[in-house]
Ligand binder design. Structure first.
Ligand code: HGY
Ligand code: MN
Ligand code: MN
Length: 414
């Protein structure tokens, strides 16, 4: 059975249009009208196949295709449709479209698996608006998504307002949890988002493990004052303290981390944000990622130590709050092995690679047997409008996904 590349590409392009703008950018951030349009478009593809999607308490879209034995646990595939702002065409989308393409190919060939299939679009993987992502996958796995009705997003709106408008009741999110024995395995096809496959010219990556990620909100409280009449020695400038801290993040990572350790300050807000006012408050998000838990904790403690030293005497106070944490996670060796034997049978070149980016699989692997298939990102670029993956690699990735589903379906686990 061969997947239909032409259809896969047309779905990817159509979903891209749901967030494309005239200025060449593309954003489909979670909870936006573009995200809603993308989700409706995606659900429409399944309805055209005669499959009715449902939306769970966490906003996840789930499509079930029955197998010969509906009492068997489901083979689940999926990823996310939300993007970062000015994001790429493939991140997340490929795994959702890959699941769709598997269902469509099976239907077209009149082939029914023994196991049911479920395709899932997870809610808010990126966490752009509130800072902590992986919402839908956390809910499904019964992992605390660390959300509250009163969380304030980057536009000043509360989580309860934002999610209500999206059809989610914050207090009901936990009800989306799945039983452990309801899943045979979870498979996520994704672009690599790094350059290791691209540099080696390899078409397929089989993910060994996903880096852990810890995210924080840091608030520095200084004193707002007149920028003309407040002499330098009298200032408590929150932005200057933040700048000092941020500039030293790379040094601390280099000193205490390893080749995979990364830390990033990716957002910053200054209050009152006026050209003639000494910044009174500075709020920013920090994240630390590594393949080892202990390294994340070490970098965290070194950064807190440095923040304390920067703030002492220079500003009034600071808050350092962890907003989410996911420990590094190995993928299931059983699923990895199944993918590897499929790739070998297909005679595709492959590498076993760690993932520096996180994915819903990071959470899913805590509860279900999980495996990830990577295809190369040209020049390793992702979270950017320049994200690109060659069609020949997309075709191979989808084919590996389909063949893995077919192989795994033969394995009945009691
Ligand atoms: O941020 C990440 O690693 C992922 O792309 N959401
Ligand atoms: Mn992403
Ligand atoms: Mn992604």
């Amino acid at each position: 059975m061969k997947i239909n590349l032409e259809k896969v590409i047309s779905y990817i392009n159509e979903l891209y249009q749901c967030g494309a703008r005239g200025d060449g950018t593309h954003s489909r951030v979670a909870y936006s009208k573009e995200d809603i349009k993308g989700r409706e478009t995606f659900m429409g593809y399944f309805m055209a196949l005669g499959l009715q999607p449902r939306v769970d308490e966490a906003g996840n879209i789930i499509i079930r295709m029955e197998g010969k034995d509906s009492s068997l646990p489901a083979i689940v595939m999926g990823s996310h449709l939300d993007t970062v702002p000015d994001g790429g065409r493939y991140d997340g989308v490929l795994g959702c479209v890959g699941g769709l393409c598997v269902c469509e190919t099976l239907l077209e060939n009149g082939y029914q698996l023994s196991h049911p299939i479920e395709v899932i679009v997870f809610t808010d993987e990126e966490g752009f608006r509130f800072g902590n992502g992986l919402l839908g996958s956390s809910a499904i796995c019964g992992v605390n998504p660390m959300i509250s009705e009163d969380d304030i997003d980057m536009y000043g709106e509360t989580r309860s307002e934002v999610m209500k408008a999206y059809g989610i009741n914050v207090s009901a999110v936990h009800k989306a949890k799945w039983k452990k024995d309801s899943v045979h395995c979870f498979l996520e096809l994704h672009i690599e988002q790094g350059a290791s496959l691209y540099k080696k010219g390899t078409s397929i990556g089989i993910v060994s493990s996903i880096a852990g990620v810890s995210r924080y909100e840091v608030v520095i409280h200084g004193e707002a004052n007149h920028s003309g009449s407040t002499v330098m020695s009298d200032r408590k400038d929150a932005l200057v303290a933040a700048a000092d801290f941020i500039s030293q993040v790379p040094r601390i990572v280099a000193e205490y981390g390893n080749e995979f350790t990364v830390a990033t300050v990716g957002t910053i807000k200054v209050s009152p944000n006026s050209v003639n006012v000494v910044p009174g408050m500075c709020t920013f998000n920090l994240e630390i990622r590594d393949q080892e838990d202990e390294i994340i904790s070490l970098i965290e403690s070194k950064l807190i130590e440095y923040l304390k030293s920067v703030c002492e005497g220079a500003v009034n106070s600071y808050d350092f709050r962890k907003i989410s944490y996911h420990e590094p996670a190995p993928m299931s060796s059983w699923v990895k092995g199944e993918i590897e034997s499929v790739v070998k049978d297909l005679e595709f070149d492959y590498e076993i690679v760690p993932s520096g980016a996180f994915h819903d699989s990071l959470v899913m692997t805590e509860r279900f047997k999980t495996g990830m298939i990577f295809v190369p990102s040209v020049k390793g670029i992702s979270h950017s409008r320049d994200e690109f993956t060659h069609e020949k690699d997309i075709e191979k990735g989808c084919q590996v996904l389909l063949n893995t589903v077919l192989e795994i379906d033969k394995k009945i686990i009691n």
